[in-house]
Ligand binder design. Structure first.
Ligand SMILES: NC(=O)c1ccc[n+]([C@@H]2O[C@H](COP(=O)([O-])OP(=O)(O)OC[C@H]3O[C@@H](n4cnc5c(N)ncnc54)[C@H](O)[C@@H]3O)[C@@H](O)[C@H]2O)c1
Length: 346
């Protein structure tokens, strides 16, 4: 009797202490937490297979997630043609002989929230001909009608009409345009998608270190847009966390030669993005190439329940470049032939 009582007291004490200590004791995540079958992800900003949006879609599809995408009308026809024509078949390959299927492609212009916002010049533009319902609120309504609730929303888009101009020469229109397409678009997507997301879901965007450090050549107010995006990530994490039970994070990605990045600027023999990639490899702690898939894997972690307690963060996925305060390959440092001490590979 005494033993039974002792066990009973022990059990009660244990229950009380678990209740008081919300941190779970288990060190290993349950394998099913990484399994995303039955989940739906909407990736806004996919128009080819070279960018971060595609890589994120692929890493989610690898885990069994259903993929739907939002594509900018001016590039929609060419994207569909490449997909349907089989040009992207190799890029759609997953493990085990599976392929990533894009369940549905929605035309999406993320600078418009409602049909009333669309100006006549856009409606009559031949690249928008025959398209309808491409504003953010309309796309969210269509997704709800097609899928009910979704689990993940990924914002992988940016646009700065004056990105090639230094901030000192950027017009108000260019600055606001960059912020509208690249930062407010995320606020609006969270506003309209959070109500159709399952609790426990997550939103993610992509940012760039130019938000906090000076990156010459990343102009037109794009650096300001990324700063806004990161700040909004924290505020939205709070608001959407409490209101909808979803998480909001952003990945500060290293340089990748995507279509958007290739448009930043040409400088002599090398474009901005080629220089940024070379600089990153020469100066980052890991000193290696960065692949779109590297960002895809981190995005998968941040979106999946493995990161269920992570929200409001800017996660650097850049081979560590953000941590450096000096460029070890700088001419000023290597002029005497010695340079700074660089740890030799073991
Ligand atoms: N490539 C890099 O070096 C790098 C580094 C850090 C962050 N990022 C960020 O990653 C995200 C994805 O860019 P990416 O470099 O992979 O290039 P990408 O070309 O694959 O993606 C950009 C997408 O934005 C779309 N887009 C532009 N304006 C739009 C609009 N108004 N409405 C809807 N879609 C629109 C384009 O069609 C394109 O599909 C962007 O936020 C970018 O700033 C890129």
């Amino acid at each position: 009797m005494r033993t039974i009582l002792a066990l009973a007291i022990g059990a009660t004490a244990f229950q009380t202490s678990t209740r008081r200590t919300p941190a779970r004791v288990s060190l290993n995540a349950a394998p099913q937490e990484g399994d995303l079958s039955g989940k739906v992800a909407f990736v806004a900003g996919v128009a080819d297979s070279t960018g971060y949006g595609w890589a994120i879609a692929k890493s989610l599809a690898e885990a069994g997630c259903k993929i739907i995408v939002g594509t900018w009308p001016p590039v929609l026809a060419i994207f569909k043609k490449s997909l349907e024509g089989g040009k992207m078949d190799a890029d759609r390959e997953l493990s085990g002989g599976r392929t990533m299927d894009i369940d549905k492609i929605y035309p999406l212009d993320a600078v418009f929230d409602t049909p009333e916002d669309v100006p006549e010049e856009t409606k009559t533009n031949k690249r928008y001909a025959g398209l309808d319902g491409y504003t953010i609120s309309e796309v969210a309504k269509q997704i709800e009608a097609d899928y009910g609730k979704i689990d993940f929303m990924i914002h992988s888009l940016a646009n700065g009409p004056e990105v090639t101009k230094p901030l000192l020469e950027t017009s108000r229109r260019g600055y606001l345009g960059a912020n509208s397409a690249s930062a407010y678009s995320f606020v609006s997507l969270v506003q309209h998608c959070a109500p159709i997301m399952n609790e426990g879901g997550a939103a993610l965007s992509l940012t760039y270190i130019a938000s906090e450090d000076v990156i010459p050549g990343y102009g037109g107010g794009m650096s300001s847009a990324k700063a806004a995006l990161e700040s909004d990530t924290r505020t939205l994490a709070w608001e959407a966390g409490r209101k909808y039970g979803i998480r909001v994070n952003t990945i500060s990605a290293g340089p990748l030669k995507s279509r958007a990045a290739s448009a930043i600027s040409e400088r002599g023999k090398k474009s901005f993005i080629d220089l940024a990639i070379d600089y990153s490899k020469a100066n980052s702690p890991l000193g290696k190439d960065l692949y779109a898939d590297d960002v895809g894997s981190s995005a998968y972690f941040l979106l999946s329940p493995l990161a269920r307690a992570v929200t409001g963060v800017t996660l650097y996925v850049d081979n560590g470049l953000h941590a450096m305060g000096m460029a070890v390959d700088s001419n000023a440092l290597t002029a005497d032939g010695e340079g700074l001490p660089v740890p030799a590979k073991a």
